[in-house]
Design a protein around this ligand. Sequence first.
Ligand code: AHR
Length: 618
Amino acid sequence: VTISVAKSGGNATSGLQYGAMEEEINHCGEGGLYAELIRNRAFQGSPKFPSSLEAWSGVGDSLLSLKNLTDPLSTALPTSVNVKGSGTAGLSNAGFWGIDVRRQKYTGSFYVKGSYKGSFTASLLSSSGKILATTKITSKTVANRWVQHRFVLTPKEKSADTKNTFSLTFDGSKASSGSLDFNLISLFPPTWNDRPNGMRKDLMQAMADMGPTFLRFPGGNNLEGDSIDGRWKWNETIGPLTDRPGRATTWQYGETLGLGLVEYMEWCDDLNMEPILGVYAGLALNGDVVPEDELDFYVQDALNEIEFLTGSVDTEFGALRAKVGHPKPWKIRYVEVGNEDMLSNGLDTYKAYRFAAFNDAITAKYPDIQVLASTIDLEIPGTAGGDYHLYDNADNFVKKFNMFDNFSPKHPILLGEIAATSPLNGVDIDWSDIHFSQYPWWIGTVAEAVFLIGAERNADKVIGSTYAPFMMNLDKYQWSPTMLAFNADPDQTARSTSWHAWTLYNHNIMTNTLPATSSDSFGPLYYVTGVNSKTKSHIFKGAVYNSTSDVPVSLTFEGVGRGTKADLTILTAPGPYAMNEVGGSNIVNTQTTTIKAGKKGEFSFKLPNLSVAVLTTN
Ligand code: AHR
């Protein structure tokens, strides 16, 4: 294939090509990125998932019972556990299907109510009962008051596996009423940037290495809730943990809301990501829709949320942000109204009044914000944009290579959820079972690359793309595949085949596309060409899908002469169905060579079948 790239004439790109998406699903936050190690730390319940003792057991013959006391720890956390036992009494937690114990500092805290004249012992124990770390905490208890106790655990060695537990014990004979009440029992390992209430380091590292430029949050279905009242309420996710009630996610478990709005923004700060904020738009997954005459409250709530994030401390909600520790306003440039409002019977009302109500109000108050509809199945008004999601088999991704060619830059499109999910080409996706392929597989990854090239060719119309869902805890997940997969052991985290391809593309961002001509049409080689005006590098991104042989490429960039050097990176894998699995080794083969332009400035190379490649001039 001979490709000639012109000097000018392409499009400026948004600069945000590859990002990340997060909603609470697959225990990606709770039991994942949110580094809390104690599962069910505050016995939070909801009508769907009532409070329970899940993950907890009594130490020895201790009796654990859930209580809704008349003087609870807080209104948001009404349920606590009463621990009754003679001698050594206490409770033990199994963590999120294990606890990673290694030589590092673990920071813990618990609240206790009751008069007790002894000390508490916090420990990390192996499955055989070996003490991996332990510390004594002098009681500061006061009868009839909740008192917080803090502690630190410092194991001397790494445990053999993660089948460890955390226990908190006390001398039952010294508790004046024979029992004590506990709540909000928490334990954190060191976190990314040492943030309190922070993020798990290995997962942040995997993202940092990918370099996502934006974060779309907090959903996804989880933003919408199963019912209108079950929606993700931003104001319940902020402030002290004692003020966060928790809620039922839409993914078969409850969340503590420890990973809340402020934590999402800090995550953006830490990884230098542009926030793409999803605001609730009056549709619940059960199909309930807020009627037009009741929508004002929700529109105002979205405005309040934006003011909370961006307003000066002189505004009502900016002041609230300062009160919870963040006087400095953040910047929000993108707001998405709802999530997949074309589903759950939402489209008619979205078209009729819901989208317009939010769009008009947000644009009037924040003219610099790019508002996005959560679908492209409507006539998008003004300069608003849309969000397109694609879950499909590999072949269908490739068929959609040209999809954005006829879109208008007037309505920029976010590709807010993208994943080749099913290895069954030619078979429609079975939405009744959303455990598709367990992990991204190589041919699916290559097909995504083809589709992403199609998007990059239209990077003036496409704001950027993110894989979804982004992460899963292999011990408890609802939807696969994901970009990253993990369990309790950070050493086993899998960066998927897609992570490798998306990362390669993301590390070679074009500021401008450049038009290319060729006598060959696209397929089996797909490509996009452009330039990065900051590094002055010319860039070719290519992917080969379903070729019977290697594809020879002769590539020239107008103005790039003989002898110019370029780095050519080619990703391949041992086979179309090869995957990167949790605990396994990386199967993606990355080969980088430096090549020189020939007499006519041509770069000559071959790309094998099922390869993903980038060439950048030096
Ligand atoms: O990414 C998983 C789900 O897929 C999201 O919650 C939803 O937006 C989409 O249907």
